[in-house]
Design a protein around this ligand. Structure first.
Ligand SMILES: C[S@@+](CC[C@H](N)C(=O)[O-])C[C@H]1O[C@@H](n2cnc3c(N)ncnc32)[C@H](O)[C@@H]1O
Length: 249
């Protein structure tokens, strides 16, 4: 279970609008908005994708283990839609309804470190799908040079989080090839009440290889349809940066 600190939840939208939206948002919003029945985003976060899908008429629900991320999402949601959002660990999910589409956008499964927990998570998604229902999730294709050498601190966001208030985020990482865990550190500093504040968050992030994903899904109750290499659903090849995993019940 991942704990997103309050400052990470608070700055999530402004950072990822810049560093992630262009890659995946349109893809997932289109999938949710074109689903004829009920849909669910697991690891919904602050609603980066969910809110746009809801606005476009999707009958979409959301689940996240982080109270901080859910609080930001609820703050942006009309009261009549609060029932759509639940705080729970994915492995313990119990919605009492089934869905035609479940999505886990932007590395949700990298937060699940242990293989038994990964299987539990896949199986609980299976149990929440209608027969023929689809589960879509993504993971990053490991970059072997970065895994070996680590990521030296790099600033990936430096801008205003509100008019006249500056935020800077710097990310670094090192990986262990045996546990397949990358330790990621995100350092934030920002203007607040005339002062400069800072905080640092470190967390484990699991990386996966192609055949590991295939074997993992094969051990679960889901059926693997395809692993694409990008959000145009192109076949995987040696230049792919994404594993976009398409499963069905
Ligand atoms: C990188 S964020 C992605 C949020 C959102 N899907 C998006 O695309 O912006 C990953 C989210 O997964 C949630 N998460 C991680 N592990 C989880 C678990 N075991 N059960 C439920 N949510 C989880 C985190 O709290 C976080 O909000």
């Amino acid at each position: 279970m991942s704990a997103y600190p309050d400052y990470v939840a608070r700055f999530y939208d402004v950072v990822y609008a810049q560093v992630r939206d262009a890659a995946d948002k349109d893809y997932y919003v289109r999938k949710l908005a074109s689903c004829r029945g009920r849909s669910l985003e697991v690891g919904v976060g602050t609603g980066r994708i969910f809110l746009e899908a809801l606005k476009r008429g999707a009958d979409v629900y959301g689940l996240d283990s982080s109270a901080e991320m859910i609080a930001v999402l609820r703050g942006k949601l009309d009261a009549e839609d609060h029932h759509r959002v639940m705080q729970s660990d994915l492995a313990q999910m119990s919605f009492g309804k089934r869905f035609d589409l479940v999505v886990a956008p932007f590395r949700v499964f990298s937060h699940i470190i242990d293989a038994d927990d990964q299987i539990r998570a896949l199986n609980v998604v299976h149990d929440h799908l209608n027969p023929g229902g689809v589960f879509l999730f993504d993971l990053f294709v490991p970059n072997l040079k970065l895994l070996l050498e680590g990521q030296a601190p790099v600033t990936d966001f430096d801008g205003e989080y509100a008019p006249g208030l500056r935020l800077k985020r710097t990310v670094s990482a090192s990986s262990d090839l045996i546990s397949q865990v990358t330790s990621v550190t995100m350092a934030f500093d920002w203007d607040e009440g005339g002062r400069r504040l800072n905080a640092e968050w470190s967390f484990p992030f699991r990386f996966y290889f192609r055949y590991e994903i295939e074997h993992l899904v094969a051990r679960s109750k889901l059926k693997l349809e395809a692993i694409y290499g990008d959000y145009a659903e192109s076949p995987l090849n040696s230049t792919s940066k994404e594993f976009l995993v398409h499963c069905i019940r």
